[in-house]
Design a protein around this ligand. Sequence first.
Ligand code: ATP
Ligand code: MG
Length: 216
Amino acid sequence: MSQILEIKKLYKKFNHQVIAQDLSLTVSQGDIISIMGKSGIGKTTLLRMIAGLEKPDEGIIIIDHKIVNEDFFSIEPFKRGIGFVFQNATLWPHMTMSENINFALSEAYHDKKNEIIRLLGIQAIMEKYPDEVSEGEGKRVSVARAICSGAKLLLMDEPFSNLDSETKLELIDLIKALHQKTGLSILLVSHNIDENKAMANQIYELSDGALYEKKI
Ligand SMILES: Nc1ncnc2c1ncn2[C@@H]1O[C@H](COP(=O)(O)OP(=O)(O)OP(=O)(O)O)[C@@H](O)[C@H]1O
Ligand SMILES: [Mg+2]
């Protein structure tokens, strides 16, 4: 199966704190992989390194067969072909929800955009600005934006936090349906074992700078 993400021998420290130490990971096309781990262990930092928002000390990151990080070489985040949903929804503050989604919209999602917005239940807030919506609403818009970008790899950092359980289950079903339709690959960070079991085909624990496979 085609590999969408390869991380080889990744090292990262903040002062003396080890985040990654000889860390390797492969995500194949269609995988949904979840990463768990204690608060402050480095899960967000790992996603930020894949996204190009944080520089590793050492290591190679390959996305869709293209090296995006090696030694002093680093490709900018928006050129990496990934969509991301971070812990705190990171929408452009000067754009409405609709403009935020359109900003990243790929050709392939023109026709599907309205259906995704409807499924996420965000039609009514499309003309609002980020400081006029709740955290959960902002999160759902950033999920819509990431999916509509047409990226082959989605990075999601606790995408279901701050959502009520009904919305959470709906969103999980929606993402799984889109995943089946499109062959999208997802790398997810979540503390919740039930969410992980519902979503992921593989679960890892990040500990002491390395990933350990957990049996589902
Ligand atoms: N830019 C930075 N400079 C120095 N230390 C940092 C920086 N960013 C993060 N850290 C530290 O690195 C560690 C890992 O942070 P990170 O946000 O990756 O943890 P996490 O596993 O995502 O935690 P949580 O589950 O609470 O979100 C933390 O101790 C944090 O304080
Ligand atoms: Mg985090």
